[in-house]
Design a binder for this molecule. Structure first.
Ligand code: SF4
Ligand code: SF4
Length: 128
């Protein structure tokens, strides 16, 4: 299960992810992280059965946590299978099938948002 974790750094540079690993014993896979001097956002992947434990621990540490059941989604009535999203995606989420129809491997998506602007038909949306 993927979790989107946001946290403020205004009260100090608390290493929230490292603390959550230490406190829970769960190995957390960081898929994407953007951290500056005032706040941070990280997309992490944790085993489904330990998701609540990690989420509760991070909330206790001051973070906001959203559980993400889906990655990017395509509005099939808008998509024209042009392929513009394929090369822009850093995780190879998109490909064309043998009939040149867009195919998605949604579980690979790290919600970076790069494909949204690349789509000329506004057919792509993020879950949050
Ligand atoms: S949001 Fe990022 S990782 Fe997900 S499909 Fe779009 S470009 Fe790929
Ligand atoms: S860029 Fe948009 S219209 Fe083109 S294949 Fe991707 S989702 Fe479909």
């Amino acid at each position: 299960m993927k979790l989107l974790v946001t946290f403020s750094r205004k009260k100090g540079r608390k290493p929230i992810i490292a603390q959550a690993v230490r406190d829970t014993g769960v190995l957390i896979n960081v898929e994407r992280a953007v951290i500056d001097s005032s706040e941070g956002e990280a997309l992490i992947d944790v085993p489904d059965d330990q998701c609540k434990l990690v989420s509760d621990t991070m909330i206790h540490l001051g973070a906001t946590v959203h559980m993400l059941e889906h990655g990017i989604s395509v509005n099939e009535s808008e998509c024209v299978d042009c392929g513009a999203c394929i090369s822009i995606c850093p995780r190879e989420v998109f490909s064309l099938d043998r009939n040149f129809r867009l195919r998605l491997e949604e579980e690979k998506c790290v919600l970076c948002g790069k494909c949204i602007e690349a789509c000329p038909h506004q057919a792509l949306t993020l879950p949050v």
